[in-house]
Structures are given as C-alpha cells and as structure tokens.
Design a protein around this ligand. Structure first.
Ligand SMILES: Cc1ncc(COP(=O)(O)O)c(C=O)c1O
Length: 401
C-alpha cells in the first residue's frame, strides 16, 4: 500500500489541531483499533476458554486469532510461544521471576536501560545474582568490544543478556543477531526488551534467534494494559509461573495442582480480552502500512527535527546521525529546565513532548544530568507537526537567551 499520510491521519481524529510528539511514551490508536475494542464489549463481552455458549466461543476464537496475528507479526514459530501479559514490564518480570537463577550467575544489561529492564535484574541480587552493566559509546551506540569483554570476563557464568533492543532514551537500536550469536556461544540466553522496536521496525524472532522478547501494546497503536512475552517453547516451559490461579491449571486438589500447557500456564486469571483483540488489530494495521514505510517516514521527520542541532544552546542526547535514532529527538537547552520547556511548547504551540528522566534515571544519574526533553515522532505525524516543534524550540531559544 503506498504511504499516504493524509489517509493515515484520517484514522486518528485526535491529531486534528494537535502536534503529538510523545509516541515513545504512548502511541495514539486508529479508529480501527478502537472499533475492535468496542466490538468485544458490544457484541460478545464474555470469557474466553471457559464458557461453551455463543459469546464464549466467539471470544475464544477471537483471542486465538489475535495470538496468531501477533505470532506472525514477530515471526514466531508457534502460537503457544506468545504469552499475553499486562505490558513489557510484566513480560520482563515473568522471566526474571520465572527463570532459575543460582548464586554467582551473571545478568548483563546496558547502561541506559528503561527501569523496567533494570529493576527486575537488580532485585535478583537477593538470590546472589551478579548484575553488571555493559557501557555504550560516548554517543550511546552499542560497543561490541565491551560486551565481549564482559562475556569473556565471566567465562560462561553469564546466564542472561537482557538488553533494550531499541532505546527509549535516544531511539538507538543495537545489532540484535550478532549479540545473540555471541551470547549463545558463551552459553548465555538473551532477552530483548523490544518495547521501542516492535512498533517501529520489522522484528523476526526466528531470524534473531532471541530467547525472550518483551513488548507493550500501547506503543504500537494497541490498547494499554496488554503486552507480550515471546519465548522459545522449551524455555517458556521451564519458567516457574510468577502468578498462579484460574486458567493456569488443568486440575487441583486441596493441597496440589497440575499446571496447564502453554500459553495458559503463564496467563493467570481472566485476561484483557478487548486489549488482546485490539493488539491483534493494531498489528494488522501496522502491517498494512508496512514497517519499512514507517521507518522511512520517521527518518524523514527526524531529519527535520535534527535541524535543531545547529543551535548552539541545543545539546542532543545520542548520536548526531538521525538514521541511528528512529523517530526520537532527545535534547536539552542550555540554561532551561526540561519540564518548563515541555510546558511552554504545549502552551505556546500545542506541541506535546515528554520531559524528565524517561524512566532511565540510572543513565541520567551517571551522567550528572537532571533530565531532558524528548520528541518522538511516529508514522502518523506530518512534516507540519515536526516543523511546529522545530519553530517553537527556536522561538524558546531566542526568547530566553
Ligand atoms: C524501552 C522500554 N522498555 C520498557 C518499557 C516499559 O513499558 P510498559 O510500561 O508498557 O511496561 C518502556 C516504556 O516506556 C520502554 O520504552
């Protein structure tokens, strides 16, 4: 389908009059996804997998259809490798709490992980797990040598490499396949936090050969409150369920239970059916637009935003080349507070961006920075949106210098 920005924007009525540049936090949803959510509540608002009436059968079919769509979207082998969760955070915690770790095992993360891919690993220190940081380069790009040094240093004690595949700080993606190959050779498993990858880039878990992949619906045009944990079947089967209860068991007595097969054993309790259906619809929507087209459009918008680097007072976070930053332009203005900048952009020009530490407090603390301002564009943003942002920032720099 040819990329037609006007047609796309018509699917997002909320864009009218608004320059929304905060999609790395939460994307907007097209009418199609909202309609799918409503379809569930209006037409078959029942429980999946339990009730044998018409509504029950319909919602069971729809959930399994959505699971297949998600499976195809990320190139997984089997439907049962797709576990629906609340969000990427819960998906990562399912692995951190479900994998068997022993004292002395090592988990590696990068130096700019979202808290959701940092805290679960820090917490494992209680079990004697060693958590170590792999530093990135000065411009935040991946440093393969430093990664290899860590693998060598721990000589087969690295149990898991848990990296953000694309950073929410700067939009930088890391070389996934190469990392997986090196980690596997060293006897480690790999989890990628793909919360910022799946919405913006084509992901194929089979080609990546990654062991676990976590992402959220709300950053990829899906509803909030639904996410995914992908895992290779044999590895998911080895996870101890973090939560148990309804749906996770085949049978129980007063003092024992027998766990279900995948995916049910890891999907405890009644699920967010409307969310799951909406996520399936979001995957179909993105697929129709085309992930390559999405990447291309984001780059075009980021090239426009990157004009701001010419201003002396503007300091960018991450590499200068927009090709390496997806749709993200993260920056500071010398002498101005990030929250003030964000509020002024909103009030003066109707430009919505995010300010603060973007849930990457550890990186800001290490750099001695308080925070920054992050503009994040998605495929539904127009050149006019990013021009409004650029003009408004230029105006602020002029007024406050
Ligand atoms: C890279 C990354 N990982 C994890 C998360 C956490 O996502 P969620 O809050 O949906 O669990 C985010 C959200 O901003 C993110 O950007």
């Amino acid at each position: 389908m040819p990329f037609n920005i006007e047609k796309i924007r018509a699917d997002f009525p909320v864009l009218k009059g608004n320059h929304y540049l905060d999609s790395a936090c939460m994307s907007l949803r097209p009418n199609q996804v909202v309609d799918k959510i409503n379809e569930y509540y209006k037409e078959y608002p029942a429980c999946a997998g339990r009730s044998y009436h018409k509504f029950g059968k319909k919602v069971t079919d729809e959930v399994e259809k959505a699971r297949k769509i998600v499976k195809d979207f990320i190139g997984a082998k089997k439907e049962k490798e797709i576990i629906f969760s609340k969000n990427a955070t819960e998906s990562i915690n399912l692995v951190a709490n479900g994998m068997e770790f022993s004292e002395g095992d090592v988990v590696l993360t990068l130096d700019k992980e979202h808290n959701s891919n940092l805290l679960p690993w820090i917490k494992l220190k209680d079990k004697g797990v060693i958590h170590e940081i792999v530093e990135t380069n000065d411009d935040n790009t991946f440093n393969m040598e430093k990664f290899e040094e860590k693998l060598d240093k721990h000589d087969e004690k690295v149990k898991l490499v848990a990296f953000g595949l694309t950073s929410n700080l700067d939009g930088v993606s890391i070389p996934g396949s190469e990392i997986v190959k090196k980690a596997h050779k060293a006897g480690a498993l790999v989890l990628f936090d793909a919360a910022q990858t799946v919405p913006h880039h084509e992901v194929n878990v089979k080609k990546l050969d990654v062991d676990f992949l976590a992402f959220s619906g709300h950053k990829m045009c899906g509803p909030s409150g639904v996410g995914v944990l992908y895992g290779k079947e044999e590895l998911l089967m080895k996870l101890t369920p973090m939560i148990v209860g309804g749906e996770t068991v085949i049978d129980s007595t007063y003092d024992s239970f027998e766990l279900e097969e995948l995916p049910s054993r890891l999907e405890a309790g009644l699920q967010h059916y409307a969310g799951i259906l909406g996520l399936g619809c979001a995957c179909e929507y993105l697929k129709k637009i085309g992930m390559k087209e999405i990447e291309k459009h984001e780059l075009k918008l980021n090239e426009i935003m990157s004009e701001l680097m010419k201003l002396d007072k503007v300091e960018i976070i991450g590499p200068v080349d927009p090709k390496l930053r997806g749709g993200i332009f993260n920056f500071n203005i010398d002498g101005m507070e990030p929250h003030n900048i964000a509020m002024m952009l909103d009030e003066s020009s109707n430009v919505m961006v995010r300010s603060g530490a973007h849930c990457v407090h550890s990186w800001f603390n290490a750099k001695g920075l308080k925070g920054s301002v992050r503009a994040s564009a998605y495929f539904y943003n127009s050149e006019e949106d990013v021009r409004a942002f650029v003009d408004a920032v230029k105006g602020l720099v002029k007024d406050f210098s």
